[in-house]
Each structure stands twice: as C-alpha cells, then as structure tokens.
Design a protein around this ligand. Structure first.
Ligand SMILES: NC(=O)c1ccc[n+]([C@@H]2O[C@H](COP(=O)([O-])OP(=O)(O)OC[C@H]3O[C@@H](n4cnc5c(N)ncnc54)[C@H](OP(=O)(O)O)[C@@H]3O)[C@@H](O)[C@H]2O)c1
Length: 227
C-alpha cells in the first residue's frame, strides 16, 4: 500500500487530501498543530495516523520526524500555509507577520523535505509536493500587495526548484502545485473552486507525475504556470 504524508491536515485542503487518499486505500500520515482538536481527521475512515507538527518550529519538526521514522513515504505533501497580509497595503507592512510567513510557507516545508528525503527515496513513487500559489508568480503579479504571502511562496518556489535539481539523480521528484482559488478558511466563501474539485485535480497531477518534469510549477488543472 502506498503512503502519503500531509501537513496542515486538520482543515481546508489538507483535510480533503486526507479524506480522498484514505478513501482510495492509501496509508495516510496526517500532521497538524493540535491533533487532539483534529476531530474531522479522527472521523475519516481508513488507515490514518495522526501526529503533532508545527512546521515553523524546528523542535516540533524534529520530534515529528523521529515519530515517523519507520514510514516509507511515497508522496510527501507540504500543504500547511498561512496568508497573513491579505489587504494590507504598502505603508502598513507587518514585518513580524512577514517573518512568520517565511517560517511557515518557505523554511518549514524545506526543513521537512530535507529531514524526510531518505524515506521518500526508499519508496516506490518518490515524490515531494509543495502547495504554492499563482500569487507567487512574479510574471503574473498584476494585483500588487500581499508582500509576505507572495514573497514567501516565491521563496518556496525558488527553493523547490533547487531541490528538484539536486534530488533528481536520487530519483526523487519535486512538484509545486497551485490548488486554484479554493473555498477554505484561507480562500474564503467567494472562492471559485470547491475543495473536492481542487484536491481531485491535484491528485490527478500527482498521479501523472514523471521525473522528467521535476521542478514544475503547475495549476491543479495541470496547466504550467509562469515563474
Ligand atoms: N485556499 C486557496 O484558495 C489557496 C490558494 C492558493 C494556495 N493555497 C495554499 O494551499 C495550502 C492550504 O491552504 P488552505 O486553503 O487549506 O488554508 P487554510 O484553510 O487556512 O488551512 C491552513 C492549514 O495550514 C495549517 N498551518 C498553518 N500554520 C501552520 C504551522 N505553523 N504548522 C502546521 N500547520 C500550520 C493550518 O493549521 P491550524 O488549524 O493549526 O492553523 C491549517 O491546517 C496553503 O499552503 C495555501 O497557501 C490555498
């Protein structure tokens, strides 16, 4: 049976990833900050193991990695993320929030990938997925604003691109995915996409992944996005 590891598994896109992979018969290693409060994950039928993980806290990452060291990880999905500066314009930039954004959106996922690379390498599918956003695209930025969110996800993109080059000889693939504008706490009620459709599309992109395309930045629909 294949194993998927999902961060930020307690709500939104992460929770739907848990639901769909578990329903499909995968072993799911689900990680979130407060597992005792992750009641929706507990309700999911299937082979689901729940662990505590704060992706921004190096001690939490190291405790988590130790807890899952016996797992072989086919697909590692770095999903946890924050969008702290929606609507905050130039002149009001929150620098503390900028630091948190980098810790959660850029540094945490790389730290986790580095710590778990060997377990991914030992698997059959050997894939690391990173939830990015089209807002990270510098070429496509016509709206301005969101300094911390855009910059932290663009930093993630740059780091994952490097990682993809270094890990390709080991047979490990890296994929950056934009989930669409999705109806979650982050996306809000006006978002255009149901979380089930977004996750369904991303799972199709994951399923169709080939190592030759490692380092790609794709939308949930499989479209290539500009950096
Ligand atoms: N929704 C969209 O339209 C959209 C669009 C583009 C990209 N994305 C990306 O997709 C991913 C998931 O987004 P979403 O819409 O599901 O967001 P969401 O509903 O706000 O959920 C965010 C998840 O990340 C977790 N998280 C935040 N900080 C964390 C930390 N330090 N350690 C561990 N977990 C942490 C949250 O856990 P807590 O409950 O503990 O806070 C929650 O599980 C994010 O990376 C986001 O940037 C979303």
């Amino acid at each position: 049976m294949a194993t998927v590891l999902i961060t930020g598994a307690n709500r939104g896109i992460g929770l739907e990833l848990v639901r769909q992979y578990a329903a499909d018969g995968w072993r799911v290693v689900a990680a979130c900050r407060k597992p005792k409060k992750a009641l929706d994950v507990e309700k999911v039928n299937g082979d689901v193991a729940l662990h505590a993980l704060d992706v921004a806290d190096p001690d939490s990452v190291s405790t988590f990695v130790d807890q899952v060291k016996s797992e072989t990880i086919d697909v590692l999905i770095n999903n946890a993320g924050v969008y702290l500066d929606r609507g905050i314009p130039f002149g009001k930039i929150d620098y503390a929030g900028w630091v948190t954004s980098f810790q959660v959106n850029a540094i945490g996922p790389v730290r986790i990938a580095e710590a778990l690379a060997q377990q991914v390498e030992q698997s059959t599918r050997k894939l690391m997925v990173f939830l990015s956003t089209q807002m990270a695209s510098i070429a496509n930025n016509s709206g301005g604003g969101a300094y911390a969110y855009r910059a932290s996800k663009a930093a993630l993109n740059a780091a994952v691109k490097s990682m993809s080059v270094e890990l390709k000889p080991r047979g490990i693939g890296c994929l950056l995915l934009h989930p669409g504008w999705v109806q979650t706490d982050m996306g809000g009620k006006k978002a255009t996409l149901d979380v089930r459709d977004s996750v369904h599309g991303m799972r199709r992109a994951i399923e169709g992944f080939e190592l030759a395309r490692t380092g790609s930045f794709l939308s949930y629909s499989g479209e290539i996005l500009p950096w």
